[in-house]
Design a protein around this ligand. Structure first.
Ligand code: ADP
Length: 188
């Protein structure tokens, strides 16, 4: 299985991503975590990304695309994966398709966790493992960028990709959301 998971900051992507990876026995590629680790260990990639991540801006597409190209060609991603945090822009989505074509792989599902903006704000503020970019002004910027740059991908996955989109309401318990995702996968 190959998944991408989409949702605003605080939508619950991380929780569902780890449940899905365990269930389908596939590796999780969590871009946010990878970026934060790269920043902490001051790699070239981390240094390129730091200013953007700190302020809630998107890391430039070309940097991200280069990273993904590398990552998806590593041996443990041959039989499936789940991407959390990629793609976030139309350009990133198109590059992913292009790359998958080349690798002779296909995306199975794009999962969208739908959560109202006010709830996203509240959740980020209340997070126990609150990050530097969970400050309200930065969360607001991340939500705005999500609406501007990532929401258009829903249409991309629904229409251009043979109805690969699964939309689930994100205001249920994590287990209910997970079961609904599985039900939708099994019924199509
Ligand atoms: P969230 O999804 O909750 O906003 P993430 O941990 O996924 O948080 O991402 C944190 C930050 O990392 C983003 O605000 C952005 O700066 C950067 N980032 C993550 N994924 C991408 C991406 N695909 N393209 C550009 N920047 C990204």
């Amino acid at each position: 299985m190959r998944f991408v998971i989409l949702g605003g900051p605080g939508a619950g992507k991380g929780t569902q991503a780890s449940k899905l990876c365990k269930h389908f026995k596939i590796p999780l590629i969590c871009i946010g975590d990878i970026l934060r680790e790269a920043i902490a260990s001051k790699t070239d990639f981390g240094q390129q990304a730091q200013g953007y991540v700190d302020t809630g801006e998107l890391v430039p597409d070309l940097t991200m695309i280069e990273f993904i190209r590398d990552r998806l060609q590593q041996p443990n991603t041959r039989n499936g994966w789940l991407l959390d945090g990629y793609p976030r822009t139309a350009f990133q989505a198109e590059e992913l398709d292009f790359l998958l074509d080349k690798l002779d792989q296909k995306l199975d599902w794009a999962i969208f966790l739908k959560v109202p903006e006010e709830v996203l704000m509240q959740r980020c503020e209340a997070r126990e493992d609150c990050r530097a970019d969970d400050r309200p002004a930065i969360v607001k910027r991340r939500i705005d960028l999500f609406n501007e740059r990532t929401i258009p991908l829903l249409e991309y996955y629904e229409y251009r990709q043979r109805k690969r989109l699964i939309t689930v309401h994100g205001e249920q318990t994590p287990e209910e959301i997970f079961q609904e995702i599985l039900t939708q996968i099994n019924s199509r």
